[in-house]
Design a protein around this ligand. Sequence first.
Ligand code: RBF
Length: 174
Amino acid sequence: MKKNSAARIATIGIMSALATGLMFLEFPIFPSVNFLKFDPSDILPLLAGFIFGPIDGILVLLIKDILFYLLKSGDIVGIMMNFAAGVSFLLPVIYIYRIRENRVFEIIGYVVGVLVVSGVMTVLNMVVVPFYWKIPLKETLKYLPYIAGFNAIKFSIVAVVTGLIRKRIERIFE
Ligand code: RBF
């Protein structure tokens, strides 16, 4: 599809709206860190990244997060953390896939993406959680395995679902 076609812009709009809707399905995975909520909305930015490129993927992520912030959450820290997680997963996946556009590099991308997002978000939470919950760093450290586990589970699910549907979705745009 052409880079600036009306169809591309319309698709980004539709994907952002769908992602916003999917984010409403959010629910916690671990009760001890119930501020971390799973939702499947990151599938859409990832699809946009595969089809149009990383900038468009990030655009879908950004629009989704702004809309969800305005429509439901109202929590700027939570939305920024959601965005940070989405970006640190999306970029490795798309750039690794672009080295060789085949199934093997797609899967390597997913694996690296899950590792990167789990590492980045664990470090970021170590900085943010003490301020957000007003707890000492020492107490925050207890939660780190759950935070790493949450991100690993969330983005593994996103990767598996995207891996299963990507080809079928991309065919629509050929
Ligand atoms: N979302 C993630 O996908 N990974 C995270 O590591 C993560 N850390 C968060 C830390 C804090 C303190 C908050 C408030 C939210 C965090 N979120 C994270 C976002 C959260 O799961 C949810 O998507 C948003 O709060 C919107 O409801």
